[in-house]
Design a protein around this ligand. Structure first.
Ligand code: DUC
Ligand code: ZN
Ligand code: ZN
Ligand code: ZN
Length: 461
């Protein structure tokens, strides 16, 4: 089966040019001058539209057990929503429960996701129980294509690791070439502030933000960087939200250390003012790290331009307002942490292009090409080139849309971006050569998506 995508502007991490793309079965066969090829079984007219490599969301949590409940999107619903928004690969987190092994954890996650996903998927492993077995299993995971390990400096008693445990895991990562991903917030200090707020009767959602100050993200980020420096391990800071953390990352990168960071759309567009909405509305915006004061946003956009922030991921971790966020109505610390977003990342970052914050090339780079290279999927993913998987988005840069829970496809009863006016919209999405989204709707199926064993990070020096 040969599909010709003609008349569009093909985008990459280095720029844009008019070109046609020939897809043969599951992969890209050729990228040619416009009109060079005319013969195909199926023609997709991309006139006036962008043709870009499918988005890669390197940070999602589908059906994740957390906060006494489970995130509301399954692998089936979450990957379909991702596809609607132009994301054709997710890397989700398998979560080691304390007392469990990494092998058993990975097996469980394969069972959850296998046969369910509409798009291709990989896994990172959350390490929450560092011991000799776990450390040894980091090698087994890497051999099975799970080459990145997330650790937490927050959530004492749940996922938290001590500096010593982090150091040991980093030594193992250094030895095996794997990546340590860090949730960098000082959870010990935060838990004290949370207890004090609750004791003083401050129970509303805004206190989630007030008890997790940006300086404690900055402190933890700097500490993680030092531990990585001592061990020689590469480090990837997840969901960076604060100017103080960005400074620490920039300094480490200027010093030549293998330190990378991602931010998320919610930190670019939303703020603590949303957490402070009247009544219990703020619960919709409870995630960790918390939404920050608006002043951080300009720094984050700058970080995206300078590459101190290399990746945009969503940290998609949806909980329904009605049944799930409700768990924390009388105590903000019991509000399940997380926000929905997997469907809107490409659109929200395109809005950054429209606003002149980032270039078109940078949009593609931070949302597709760099995540592919960062997590060992390039050039299979992240680029439109001969031999690459035909994961392709045809995007109409001039279409208008308004984001809303009424129209989104995520399995959650609210939108964090309700009423946001967006210029640009997905027109058509191909996953390994199959059209899964088109102007007539979703035509994909659960089980089309395959597990992606990943190589190591392709940026290490
Ligand atoms: N933060 C969240 O908000 N949700 C999931 C896990 C995390 O670190
Ligand atoms: Zn099994
Ligand atoms: Zn996290
Ligand atoms: Zn997360």
């Amino acid at each position: 089966m040969r599909t010709l995508i003609k008349g569009g502007t093909v985008l990459s991490a280095t720029g844009a040019s008019p070109a046609d793309v020939l897809v043969e079965d599951e992969t890209v066969a050729a990228v040619t001058a416009p009109g060079f090829l005319t013969d195909a079984d199926h023609i997709l007219d991309a006139t006036g539209k962008y043709v870009l490599p499918g988005g890669i969301d390197a940070h999602t949590h589908m059906e994740m057990p957390f906060g006494g409940t489970q995130s509301a999107d399954t692998f089936a619903t979450g990957t379909e929503a991702a596809a609607w928004g132009g994301t054709t690969t997710i890397i989700d987190f398998a979560v080691q429960a304390k007392g469990s092994t990494l092998t058993a954890t990975l097996d469980r996650w394969h069972h959850k996701a296998g046969g369910e996903c509409a798009i291709d998927y990989g896994f990172h492993m959350i390490v929450s129980d560092v011991n000799d077995t776990t450390l040894k299993e980091m090698e087994t995971c890497a051999e099975a294509g799970v080459t990145s390990f997330k650790m937490f400096m927050a959530y004492p008693g749940v996922f938290y690791s001590t500096d010593g445990e982090i150091l040991r895991a980093m030594q193992k990562a250094r030895e095996t070439g794997s990546m340590i991903m860090m949730h960098a917030e000082n959870g010990i200090a935060i838990d004290e502030l949370v207890a004090q707020a609750l004791a003083a009767g401050r129970s509303e959602p805004v206190n989630h933000g007030l008890t997790r100050p940006s300086s404690l993200e900055g402190e933890a980020t700097a500490r993680a960087i030092r531990l990585a420096q001592v061990t020689g391990a590469p480090l990837y800071i997840v969901h960076l939200s604060a100017a103080e953390a960005l400074s620490a990352v920039a300094e480490a990168r200027d010093g030549g250390q293998n330190v990378f960071a991602e931010t998320c759309p919610q930190y670019l567009y939303l703020s603590i003012e949303d957490l402070a909405r009247p009544g219990f509305e703020g619960a919709k915006y409870v995630a960790s790290p918390p939404l920050r004061e608006k002043r951080h946003q300009a720094d984050l956009w700058r970080g995206l331009r300078t590459n101190d922030l290399s990746v945009v991921s969503t940290d998609h971790c949806p909980f329904c307002f009605k049944e799930q966020k409700e768990l924390g109505r009388d105590d903000f610390s019991k509000i399940p942490n997380g926000m929905p977003g997997v469907e809107h990342r490409m659109d929200l970052l395109h809005q950054g292009v429209v606003a002149g914050e980032i270039s078109l090339a940078r949009w593609v780079e931070t949302c597709s090409t760099t995540p592919a290279r960062m997590f060992g999927l390039y050039p299979r993913k992240g680029v439109i080139a001969p031999g690459s998987d035909a994961d392709i988005v045809i995007y109409d840069p001039n279409a208008k849309q308004v984001l809303s829970a009424e129209t989104h496809h995520m399995n959650v009863d609210y939108s964090a971006y309700e009423g946001f006016e967006i210029t640009g919209k997905v027109d058509t999405v191909l996953s390994r050569g199959t059209v899964i989204v088109s102007p007539s709707g979703f035509s994909g199926r659960g089980g089309h998506g395959k597990f992606l064993p990943r190589e190591h990070c392709q940026y290490l020096t």
